[in-house]
Ligand binder design. Sequence first.
Ligand SMILES: Nc1ncnc2c1ncn2[C@@H]1O[C@H](COP(=O)(O)OP(=O)(O)OP(=O)(O)O)[C@@H](O)[C@H]1O
Ligand code: SF4
Ligand SMILES: [Mg+2]
Length: 383
Amino acid sequence: MQETKWTKRRRVRGYMKEVERRNRLQMRAYVIRKRNERGQDHDFLSTMKNPDNVVEFDNLKTYFFTDSGTVKAVDGVTFSVPRGKTVGVVGESGCGKSVTSLSLMRLLQEPAGQIVEGEIRYNNGTRTVDIARTPEDQMQTIRGNEIAMIFQEPMTSLNPVFTIGYQVDEAIALHNPDMDKAAVRIRSVEMLKMVGIARPEGIYRAYPHELSGGMRQRVMIAMALACDPKLIVADEPTTALDVTVQAQILDLMRHLKNQISASIMLITHDLGVVAEMADEVVVMYAGRIVEKGTAVDIFHNPLHPYTVGLLRSKPSVNRLTERLYSIPGQVPNPIDMPDYCYFKPRCERSIAKCDGEYPPMIRVSETHEVACWLHEKEGTPHA
Ligand SMILES: Nc1ncnc2c1ncn2[C@@H]1O[C@H](COP(=O)(O)OP(=O)(O)OP(=O)(O)O)[C@@H](O)[C@H]1O
Ligand code: SF4
Ligand SMILES: [Mg+2]
């Protein structure tokens, strides 16, 4: 029977009411949880599965409770960042890359955005905490002191009314409360020099709008390094820059990473950047990981049709094509996702089994995993 205007209106109203009811319950549970957060060590201390890792995401689920429904931005993500290594997180716009990093920094817009399940284990060399359960006062020490973040657009992260020197000084003084003003200033100029700024004393006195995009990003990197971080989270650090400056910034990050022996979680939609920088790669689609492995696994033996599509859409000077390939369709909005493989509507290789349940992660080698029914017989499924 065809739906009339009135029955449709009633159905939509019913849906909205149900969403409202669910959101209200969720907010109430959030308030109770926060009230009971006592901040005792045993509440949030944890143990790493592998002591060689700095961070372990374990079945992380981060949802946004919106008026149009629950957005499952990150839905069961499991991967780790080994000590001293660079892990690239790739995927098209809206795949959940930034929400994964914001969950790690606990910078979500709470209470609308919440970590609803899973652990983010982080080890600072002396102890392991589960970031998902760590109280805010402890998070403030971890954020900036141990984990630094570099964002895409440095102009939005720098304050336009203060000089560069004032802002770098502030970051250094915050992490070194015992340093006097003169020592902080010397350290700031040193940091600006370290990130390759040619005239550090002059730039120290300049305002952000007087700098080029590349220089501003170098300043952001200097501020991020002011605390000697164990882990640097870089969310599209070179997307706003032209290719030559991009190459310089990537070079700088690689060099500094070795100098301070930190790990990097590099978020980007640019596979070229990942190929240059990453030791390991995680491919995300609609809030889930569809493939992960070493850079060699992903670039020389991509298995998931989505990864293959991403690689085909990367321009190459060695390949002659009339038109650059683009994956048909778009990343779905992660509200009310289907039970089957989320990539199916865009997949050119789907088989009968793809109409069934969502494929599990299948381990095809010691380092390489893929969530696709095409590879079911090549490996062993696991959670
Ligand atoms: N504050 C929010 N409220 C509701 N939904 C959100 C919010 N922030 C993110 N989302 C949704 O979560 C999903 C993942 O977003 P995310 O920002 O992580 O994507 P991304 O992979 O970083 O994309 P991009 O490459 O464009 O930065 C998207 O569908 C987005 O609409
Ligand atoms: S599981 Fe099926 S639909 Fe999904 S990516 Fe693999 S082949 Fe395509
Ligand atoms: Mg993003």
